[in-house]
Ligand binder design. Structure first.
Ligand code: APR
Ligand code: PHB
Length: 391
């Protein structure tokens, strides 16, 4: 098999890249380890920056997003048993949209399949070779168990944090920066209308909690838990009780309902630099992950895909390497801003095991300052709605 750009991974990074290259008339093949059904159903985060929405719309995959996405113009920081609203749109002129990542993934798979462009699910043993030649290759086993080779001009590693593409990088020429956190998030999806029309980030003496949503009937909620927590130790009743305690505020009633899904996600910050080795380029979680507190993961993946699609399109039509050469630096500027913001939100809102009363008073003082100073609130809002993309 032969293609211009071999794309490993059918998450937001790989699918947006494949779609943007298709619009440029560039052939790609997408290789995905999981099944089509699994990828379309996998629950992930759900906040789209305005730039992400604008990009999906401009790329012709925004119709269902426009119908079903929920635009939000503010969010609440909840502490001291009260809501403190950050009016995102008043402060920045921009908004966010709540729309599940798997809905974005479904829309992109539908668009790819409608265009008749190749996407191979359930592939195994993916390995990338010859990164520094002008004919990098991907070897893999297809869904029928047949060993195959895909010869490419470029390989895009969009295979997430646990992907394999990064291992084609020469270790001596790349650096990994990371930070762990001594807690995880227990997330649930519940069949109950949201208890509030906006997101609530709650700081409480019992730890962090987040109220989010997926639709007028489905609520998404999270609890900070210790990193080694076992999901079996959390019955639905225990989850609802803990959410009610952490989200408690005067005049607020938490609506509970059947729990449709529950899982625990670990929290880390990781950045791999540079994001390119020869003709293999990383995008999205394959190159960097953020803790979910800033809601940046999917937006960074989409931003990388846009920058990469332009760099590849320029090279393939003009042989100019300028955008390929600047790809990593261009992306990393946005990545590090999001890394900082996600670390900051995480540090501001969670209880750390070694916190002392001094530290907790510092956190509360910072939260009170954030909601009472227009400058501080604007800084949070600007970061939350995200940097504009050059569309
Ligand atoms: N071979 C083929 N596909 C692979 C392999 C492999 N060896 N390893 C992983 N994959 C696939 C995964 O099954 C997944 O579908 O690569 C895809 C990577 O997608 P994501 O993990 O969604 O990563 P990305 O597209 O970068 O999007 C980042 O996803 O995890 C969230 O919080 C994160 O919102 C962010 C977004
Ligand atoms: C979600 O809705 O899943 C969500 C929202 C905000 C976050 C993280 C996740 O910061």
């Amino acid at each position: 098999m032969r293609t211009r750009v071999g794309i490993v991974g059918a998450g937001p990074a790989g699918l947006v890249l494949a779609h943007l290259l298709h619009l440029e008339g560039i052939d790609t093949v997408v290789l995905e380890r999981r099944s089509r059904e699994y990828v379309r159903r996998r629950t992930r985060a759900g906040v789209l920056e305005q730039s992400t929405v604008d990009l999906l719309r401009a790329a012709g995959v925004g119709a269902r997003l426009d119908r079903e996405g929920m635009p939000h113009h503010g969010l609440s920081l909840r502490f001291d048993r009260a809501d403190h609203r950050i009016p995102l749109t008043d402060l920045t002129g921009r908004s966010i949209t709540v729309y599940g990542q798997q809905e974005v993934v479904k829309d992109l798979i539908d668009a790819r399949e409608a265009a008749g462009a190749p996407i191979l699910f359930e592939v195994d043993d993916v390995a990338v070779h010859d990164a520094t030649t002008d004919r990098p290759r991907i070897t893999f086993t297809d869904a029928d168990g047949v060993a195959r080779t895909l010869v490419c001009d470029f390989v895009a590693g969009c295979d997430g944090f646990h992907g394999v593409t990064r291992s084609a990088f020469a270790p001596a020429r790349s650096e990994t920066y990371q930070r762990g956190y001594p807690f995880a998030w227990l997330g649930i999806l519940a069949r109950t209308p949201p208890s509030h029309h906006e997101l609530i980030y709650a700081y409480s003496p019992r730890g962090f909690a987040l109220h989010s949503m997926r639709s007028p009937e489905i609520t998404r909620l999270y609890l900070q838990v210790p990193s080694d927590e076992r999901i079996e130790d959390w019955s639905d009743d225990r989850i609802w009780d803990e959410l009610a305690l952490r989200l408690a505020a005067d005049g607020f009633d938490l609506r509970s309902g059947p729990v449709l899904e529950k899982s625990i996600t670990s929290m880390r910050s990781v950045v791999v630099e540079p994001m390119r080795h020869g003709r293999v380029l990383l995008a999205g979680d394959a190159a960097h992950i953020v803790p979910p507190t800033g809601a940046k993961g999917m937006n960074l993946a989409v931003a990388d895909a846009l920058v990469l699609s332009r760099a590849l399109a320029r090279y393939l039509s003009t042989r100019s390497t300028d955008l390929l050469d600047s790809y990593s630096d261009t992306c990393l500027r946005r990545v590090w801003r999001s890394e900082h913001f996600s670390w900051w939100m995480t540090s501001a809102l969670h209880r750390f095991p070694d916190d002392d009363p001094f530290q907790q008073r510092l956190q509360l003082s910072q939260l009170r300052y954030t909601v009472s100073s227009v400058a501080a609130a604007t800084s949070l809002a600007e970061n939350y709605v995200g940097l504009p993309l050059d569309l």
